[in-house]
Design a binder for this molecule. Structure first.
Ligand SMILES: NC(=O)c1ccc[n+]([C@@H]2O[C@H](COP(=O)([O-])OP(=O)(O)OC[C@H]3O[C@@H](n4cnc5c(N)ncnc54)[C@H](O)[C@@H]3O)[C@@H](O)[C@H]2O)c1
Length: 254
């Protein structure tokens, strides 16, 4: 598939990597539905890219009805769909159990911290993938299509991220499951596990924390959103690629 063939939904398209994916896809000639909950970000994206090739939709990917309704609207507006990038994601970091050295007080990850991350980072891709695939299969399952899931290096387990690691590992497991289940309908499913990438998520961190992170990376720098988009482009274009996860992380997992 070529970028110019794509009619694609990008979740989390108003910020960070998602926004860069939307821009690069539009430059490549794709028609794009950008989904996000950040209305300001969506409005800015739409203002920067006026025209019929971009549809900006306010969608919470963790809500079943919203995803079903938005997928129908995007299908209608773009004249069908043949691609999805499950990129929307959040984290709510906390240790499972932590004792404060000074006070002796014990704190835990709350059920809400656990559930919110699972809802957005794992249930979201499940709902989006199901709603797109259902429509493709209803249409006869003869049109090639591709789904890219954005996981994380944290899928291998990371301190303070029991919720995020579980969601991102689950997403790679489901990448394999869906690749196996959907191949018969010409739908490929693959994942990317980015390392530390320069996006607004990192801007909230103290510079010394970011330095500490960079020291763990064999290539000694943060990655860029365009380097992750190179992975998206590869997955779109290589039609023999399915069911695998590309680690694009500067060697972090070596
Ligand atoms: N930045 C990194 O270092 C890094 C590393 C590994 C993986 N990732 C993953 O890459 C993806 C993009 O991250 P980013 O760094 O660009 O972050 P970001 O915060 O800049 O972008 C995430 C976007 O998702 C949107 N979003 C959040 N909840 C949503 C929901 N319920 N429904 C719809 N949209 C929602 C946000 O509004 C935001 O626009 C995420 O899945 C993240 O987990 C990021």
């Amino acid at each position: 598939m070529k970028l110019s063939d794509l009619k694609v939904v990008v979740t989390g398209g108003a910020s960070g990597m998602g926004r860069r994916f939307v821009e690069r896809l539009l430059e490549g000639g794709a028609r794009v539905a950008a989904w996000d909950m950040n209305e300001e970000g969506l409005a800015a994206l739409q203002a920067d890219h006026p025209g019929a090739a971009l549809l900006a939709q306010r969608v919470d990917v963790s809500k079943e009805e919203q995803v079903a309704q938005a997928m129908g609207a995007a299908w209608e507006a773009l004249g069908g769909l043949n691609a999805l990038v499950n990129n929307a994601g959040i984290f709510r970091d906390s240790l499972l159990v932590k004792r404060d050295k000074a006070t002796g007080e014990v704190q835990t990850m709350t059920l809400s911290q656990w559930q919110t991350v699972l809802d957005v980072d794992l249930t979201g891709p499940f709902l989006c993938t199901r709603e797109l695939s259902r429509r493709l299969v209803e249409g006869g399952g003869e049109t090639p299509a591709v789904i890219v899931n954005i996981s994380s290096v944290s899928r291998a387990g990371n301190m303070g991220q029991a919720n995020y690691s579980a969601a991102k590992a689950g997403l790679v497991a489901d990448t394999v499951t869906w690749a196996k289940e959907l191949a018969r309908y010409q739908i490929r499913v693959a994942a990317i596990a980015p390392g530390f990438i320069e996006t607004p998520i990192l801007q909230g961190m103290r510079p010394e924390m970011v330095d500490k992170m960079v020291q763990q990376v064999p290539l000694r720098r943060l990655g860029g959103a365009d380097e992750i988009f190179a992975g998206v482009r590869f997955i779109v274009e290589c039609e023999y690629f399915t069911g695998r996860c590309l680690d694009i992380d500067g060697g972090l997992r070596l």
